[in-house]
Design a protein around this ligand. Structure first.
Ligand code: PEP
Ligand code: MN
Length: 265
C-alpha cells in the first residue's frame, strides 16, 4: 500500500469543478435517503445548496434489508435527480446497484455511489472502474480496512482513478443505541495507507439525527475531506431513513454555525 502524494478527485458539477482531497476545503454532500417525488427532491436540493452543500445525494435504487420495504422509484427517480441538478446547480451522487444500470445512472450522476452492501460485488466494481464517472465507494458494514482498500483497487485497476472512500459505520457488538459504530479512526489510518480522498457519513454511521451533528464535527476535526449527511424536508414522513435525517433547518445551522468554525485537521 505504499503511495506518494495524496490524490485529488475533481468532479464536474453544473456550478464548475469541485475538488475532493487533503489540500481542499471539506466537501458537503446532502440530501434525502431516497428520491420520493419531484417537489421534495427539488426543495431539498435548493435548501442544502443555500446551506453550503456542493452535492445532492438521493437514492433512485435502494438496497433495502427487506424486499417488502420501499425499493426506490428507479429510473423515474433518475429523471427527478436530473431536474434537481438543473434547478440547484448541485452535483448529483446516487447509488448504482446493478451492472446493467451503470450507463443509465451515469448519464445523470456526477458521482456513482457503490453502497456498503455492494462493496464486495466485484463485477460491479469492475464495471464502474471501466467507465469515466468518479466513484464513491462505501465501506461494507463488516469489511476490514484491507478489504475496503482492495475493493477500491478493483476500480482503480480497471482504469478509473477517481475513487473516493466513504466510512458509513460498521457492525460491532454494540447494537443498542446507534445503528452502527462509526469508525472515525479510519481517517488517520487511511492517511497512512492510501492516497485516496475520504468521506464520512455520520447519518448511516449513527442512525439517529440527534447524534449526527457531533459526529460530523468530530469527522472534520479528525481531517475528513468530505461529509455525507441525510436531509429530509419532513423526516417523520420519510420513506426511508427518517430517524437519521436532519431537517433542512437543522442542516443549515449545522453547516453555517457549527461546522464552519472547525478547521480541517
Ligand atoms: C445510502 O447512502 O443511500 C446507503 C444505502 O448507504 P449504505 O450503503 O452505507 O448503507
Ligand atoms: Mn439512507
Amino acid at each position: 500500500f505504499r503511495h506518494g502524494e495524496p490524490s485529488e478527485v475533481w468532479i464536474d458539477t453544473p456550478n464548475g469543478k469541485v475538488p475532493f482531497g487533503q489540500n481542499h476545503p471539506v466537501v458537503i454532500v446532502a440530501g434525502p435517503c431516497s428520491v420520493e417525488n419531484e417537489e421534495m427532491i427539488v426543495e431539498t436540493a435548493k435548501r442544502v445548496k443555500a446551506a453550503g452543500a456542493q452535492f445532492l445525494r438521493g437514492g433512485a435504487y435502494k438496497p433495502r434489508t427487506s424486499p417488502y420495504a420501499f425499493q426506490g422509484h428507479g429510473e423515474s427517480a433518475l429523471g427527478l435527480l436530473a431536474a434537481a441538478r438543473e434547478a440547484s446547480g448541485l452535483g448529483i451522487i446516487t447509488e448504482v446497484m446493478d451492472t446493467a444500470d451503470v450507463a443509465k445512472v451515469g448519464a445523470v450522476a456526477d458521482v456513482l455511489q457503490i453502497g456498503a452492501r455492494n462493496m464486495h460485488n466485484f463485477s460491479l466494481l469492475k464495471k464502474v472502474g471501466a467507465q469515466d464517472k468518479p466513484v464513491l465507494l462505501k465501506r461494507g458494514m463488516s469489511a476490514t480496512i484491507d478489504e475496503w482498500l482492495m475493493a477500491a483497487e478493483y476500480i482503480l485497476a480497471a482504469g478509473n482513478p477517481n475513487v473516493i472512500l466513504c466510512e458509513r459505520g460498521i457492525r460491532t457488538f454494540e447494537r443498542s443505541y446507534a445503528r452502527n459504530t462509526l469508525d472515525l479512526a479510519v481517517i488517520p489510518v487511511l492517511r497512512e495507507l492510501t492516497h485516496l480522498p475520504l468521506m464520512i457519513d455520520p447519518s448511516h454511521g449513527t442512525g439517529r439525527s440527534e447524534y449526527v451533528p457531533a459526529m460530523a464535527k468530530a469527522a472534520i476535526a479528525a481531517g475528513t475531506d468530505a461529509l455525507m449527511i441525510e436531509v429530509h424536508p419532513n423526516p417523520a414522513k420519510a420513506l426511508s431513513d427518517g430517524p437519521q435525517s436532519l431537517t433542512p433547518d437543522r442542516f443549515d445551522r449545522l453547516v453555517k454555525e457549527e461546522l464552519s468554525i472547525i478547521g480541517k485537521a
